[in-house]
Write a protein that binds this ligand. Structure first.
Ligand code: CUA
Length: 341
């Protein structure tokens, strides 16, 4: 084999080896932990990764060694084998094939099951100060703060440095709530409630994603966890608890009538009005949210307008039909929704 060709193969191998790593980094990175639970998970991952590399090195080393030995003797000559060598191979089989796997798997079991699973678990009792309910829907997240009237969608606000008990449920199929930088995933199972704890070290915005295939728009079932300073969190919650304010302009007033008399109100709720639908997200404070459609598009007036007209284009299969509104009616609807801060 000539050298340039071998170099090219080496290069191709390196490129292929690097491609899977390109997914690391950026937001939603389990290897950039921001809580003590996520740190334990990342540490376990690195130990497993290190162990896997040592195992791979050992296997490749043994392969090379046996290949070299075989070449020295000549191909086929060692079929019968000499007696002392045969005995050594039996030791190798027992140690490397039986003793070592048992030792490695037992160690992993002890470290993951007895240590990391415990440290990442939510406390059994309701000793935590704050509980948040998250309900998975095809394909968005409903968020409730028990004891308050606040209901939001696709974004969870929590105070920093405070253990928060997150109770997850589903309104339809199995989903999985996962915020990689904060803790492990937790499935939402029909008919039961599961719990995970979020305890973020610092203020920031963390992306979460449904981690269980749940239909056509599984990929567009994401959320943001906003970690605020405790005082900012309390202000946010107080604002979310307020019912809707009266429309501030004639245009918004027209939009409100369109919303309440039209089809919107049969699927969406707005606290303080007659709209009490439960099919889509509660829109009482929709204008305070960063995105629409579970992080499908940003929540700007332009995107909101496009979302109302063509949500089936942005997120095919979602429960909201495209809304055929003329320019003036659309302006009014957008003005009304934009006022719901
Ligand atoms: Cu919900 Cu995937």
């Amino acid at each position: 084999m000539n050298a340039p060709r071998e170099d090219r193969r080496c290069l191709a191998f390196l490129v292929l080896a690097v491609v899977p790593l390109a997914g690391c980094g950026g937001s939603q990175n389990a290897l950039a932990p921001e809580s003590h639970q996520a740190r334990d998970i990342a540490t376990l991952f690195w130990w497993m990764m290190g162990g896997a590399w040592v195992g791979l090195g050992l296997v490749v080393g043994l392969l090379l060694w046996s290949w070299k030995r075989r070449n020295r003797r000549g191909f086929g000559r060692d079929v019968e084998g000499d007696k002392p060598g045969e005995k050594r191979s039996w030791y190798a089989v027992v140690v490397l094939g039986i003793v070592m796997p048992i030792a490695v798997i037992s160690t992993l079991f002890v470290v993951s099951d007895l240590f990391v699973i415990k440290t990442t678990q939510a406390p059994a009792s309701t000793t935590t100060k704050l509980t948040v309910q998250v309900i998975g829907h095809q394909w968005w997240w409903e968020v409730r703060y028990p004891g308050t009237t606040a209901v939001t969608a696709n974004e969870l606000h929590i105070p920093a440095r405070t253990p928060v008990r997150v109770e997850v449920k589903t309104a339809d199929v199995i989903h999985s709530f996962w915020v990689p930088e904060l803790n492990r995933k937790i499935d939402t199972i029909p008919g039961r409630s599961n719990v995970v704890e979020l305890d973020a070290d610092q203020v920031g915005r963390y992306r979460g994603q449904c981690a269980e295939f749940c239909g056509l728009q599984h990929a567009h079932m994401a959320m943001y966890v906003f970690v605020d300073e405790p005082s900012a969190f309390r202000r946010w919650l107080a604002q979310q608890e307020k019912p809707v304010e009266a429309p501030s302009s004639a245009l918004a007033e027209r939009g409100a009538r369109l919303f309440l008399d039209g089809p919107c109100s049969s699927c969406h709720a707005i606290r303080g009005t007659d709209a009490d639908g439960y099919v889509g997200p509660d829109l009482t404070h929709v204008a305070s949210r960063a995105t629409l459609g579970a992080l499908t598009v940003s929540n700007t007036p332009d995107d909101l307008r496009q979302w109302i007209l063509h949500s089936q284009q942005a997120k095919p299969g979602n429960q909201m039909p495209d809304f055929n509104a003329s320019g003036a009616r659309l302006d009014a609807l957008v003005a009304f929704l934009e006022g719901l801060k």
